[in-house]
Design a protein around this ligand. Structure first.
Ligand SMILES: Cc1cc2nc3c(=O)[nH]c(=O)nc-3n(C[C@H](O)[C@H](O)[C@H](O)COP(=O)(O)OP(=O)(O)OC[C@H]3O[C@@H](n4cnc5c(N)ncnc54)[C@H](O)[C@@H]3O)c2cc1C
Length: 511
């Protein structure tokens, strides 16, 4: 075998996988990161929060939480059920504290508590005060020097062309901090525009990989192992179709380099796949470019289908809401787009406080047929092709539920998360101040979450449950520990960071 270069740990992807690269560098071995995109950070950098769900971690304990790992485990097991292996769930909930401690002992990293209620408020030991969630402390771009330009995003920069801010926040701060820490290790090599396309195997063990850069291929030997932290396959419509992932690639939030090349490379050498029809879903506000983008934090309005009927708790956590949209489409009750109906109390712009991709001029939505206004609900219904009687009836019933202070139909406001954006008050707001407005919504996702089945050290398994020596997976390349649920904000990045770390520790522990 001819090798073009050699390293100890080869990491594909630079989202949460940078934690694996950092671990390798800090533990004193050579590490090479290959990143398919022209910037570092993947979807992780697009996250405005960069939140991580690691119960009872040192940051939270210092902030005074009385949470325990045992309570968090009860919650996580109850929500996820037995769709994923018990030991994998245990590892995620228990070991988050270790990785936070590991990172915090390096001054490149700093985190703070950011209360964010768990997504299943009725499950046992749900943390309604949100004390399981931490975010990275923002990082001034100047700290990173020229490297700051190599951090992906934010979303507005990539989608709307706005200049990147001088302060890296959320996921960009997390990625910036990993890059800052990594550059202190001269033996860490990072390559942009370089895609892992093939794994090189001998006698059942992965010895390295073929990567592609500017159309030419190179073979990199990885003496300790290969970590695939290459995100999901959300941007590959053919793969979505083949695995039955609801939603379209154009409506996903992941970067367009998340095409599933690492999934395919591993599958072709016998890796077992699981949860391949799953994604982290959300409702999506449709923008004038025709793409539905992950939207949350609704301070009013209701969602209706073409019959003018509600079909969901509009204040539910976004993945639960997304799954209800999918179910309603499957039942034939809803088709896309569906509509947010709201009144004029805050003007014509929809009451969406966190659109993730900023809204552009209202007239552009109107010109694209996405936002409409009318003096009466009947006229509005006619314009958007919704049953007028259904809409009139729905709004009248909704307004009487608002007056009564409870939503017996969909339970809007029953759980802590539903009230997170209304200061703990009821999120029920009447629709009674004309003119009335409608905004078009679709189904978006934060990325797919099906992938390579692993053990608790993130080692990739065959269908027989045997380890493929030298091969590891994390983040959205790994079959998610959370299975078919999204237990709390910070699970995706948390799992990506943690299992990247554990993967490399395991590589280094091998003889
Ligand atoms: C607006 C927004 C906010 C969010 N907020 C949060 C939050 O606060 N907390 C949370 O936990 N989750 C959040 N999420 C979800 C979360 O960001 C993602 O699910 C998570 O970051 C995925 O991490 P990852 O490491 O698996 O992949 P990514 O971060 O997507 O990184 C994968 C990288 O691999 C590269 N790549 C792909 N294929 C190859 C290949 N073959 N070779 C080399 N490189 C390759 C990609 O270019 C990409 O850079 C949010 C998502 C969005 C869109």
């Amino acid at each position: 075998m001819h090798w073009d270069s050699e390293t100890d740990v080869l990491v594909a992807g630079s989202g949460g996988a940078l934690c694996g690269a950092y671990t390798a560098a800090r533990e004193g071995v050579r590490v090479t990161v290959v990143e398919a995109g022209d910037t570092f950070g993947g979807t992780t950098a697009y996250s405005g929060g960069g939140g991580m769900w690691f119960p009872a971690n040192p940051v939270l304990r210092r902030a005074g939480t009385d949470d325990t790992i045992e309570h968090a485990l009860e919650y996580f097991h109850a929500v996820v059920g037995d769709r994923t292996p018990h030991e994998l769930r245990e590892t995620y909930v228990r070991r988050g504290t270790d990785v936070v401690e590991y990172l915090e002992s390096d001054d490149a990293f700093e985190f703070q508590m950011y209360p964010w209620p768990d997504y299943f408020g009725a499950a046992p030991h749900a943390r309604l005060d949100g004390q399981r969630h931490i975010i990275p402390v923002p990082l001034p771009a100047e700290t990173l020097g020229d490297l700051a330009e190599r951090v992906r995003g934010p979303l507005d920069t990539d989608r709307l062309g706005t200049p990147p801010p001088d302060l890296l926040i959320g996921g960009r701060a997390l990625i910036g901090r990993f890059l800052l820490a990594l550059t202190r290790f001269p033996r860490a090599r990072l390559h942009l525009d370089t895609t892992l396309v093939e794994l090189i195997v001998d006698d059942g063990a992965v010895l390295g990989a073929v990567v592609e850069h500017n159309g030419s291929r190179r073979a990199i030997r990885a003496r300790r192992g290969v970590l695939l932290g290459a995100g999901g396959f959300e941007h590959n419509q053919a793969m979505r179709d083949a695995h039955g992932v609801p939603g379209r690639s154009r409506d996903t939030m992941g970067p367009n380099t998340n095409q599933g090349a690492a999934h395919r490379a591993a599958e072709s050498i016998g890796a077992d796949l699981d949860l391949m029809d799953q994604a982290w879903w959300s409702p999506g506000l449709i923008h004038p470019d025709g793409r539905a983008a992950f939207a949350l934090w609704f301070t009013g309005g209701i969602f209706v289908n073409q019959d003018g009927r509600r079909f969901v708790n509009e204040s539910a956590p976004y993945d639960r809401l997304g799954r209800e949209i999918i179910r309603s489409i499957g039942d034939g009750a809803t088709s896309l787009p569906f509509w947010m109906i709201y009144d004029d109390r805050d003007g014509a712009v929809p009451p969406v406080k966190a659109p993730n991709v900023s809204m552009v001029e209202a007239r552009e939505y109107a010109a694209a047929g996405l936002w409409h206004t009318a003096d009466t609900l009947g006229e509005l219904a006619e314009i958007i092709g919704v049953d007028p009687d259904g809409l009139a009836d729905t709004v009248a019933r909704y307004n009487s539920m608002v007056a009564a202070g409870a939503d017996p139909e969909f339970g809007r406001g029953d759980e802590a998360y539903d009230r997170a954006f209304s200061g703990g008050e009821s999120p029920l707001v009447p629709i009674d101040q004309p003119p009335f407005h409608a905004a078009a919504f679709g189904l978006s996702d934060l990325g797919t979450k099906g992938g390579l089945r692993t053990d608790t050290a993130a080692a990739v398994l065959t269908a027989d449950g045997e380890r493929i020596r030298g091969l590891y997976a994390s983040g959205n390349t790994m079959a998610a520990v959370s299975g078919t649920t999204y237990p709390g904000g910070g699970n995706p990045i948390g799992a990506s960071v943690l299992f990247s770390h554990l993967a490399v520790l395991d590589m280094l522990a091998q003889p």
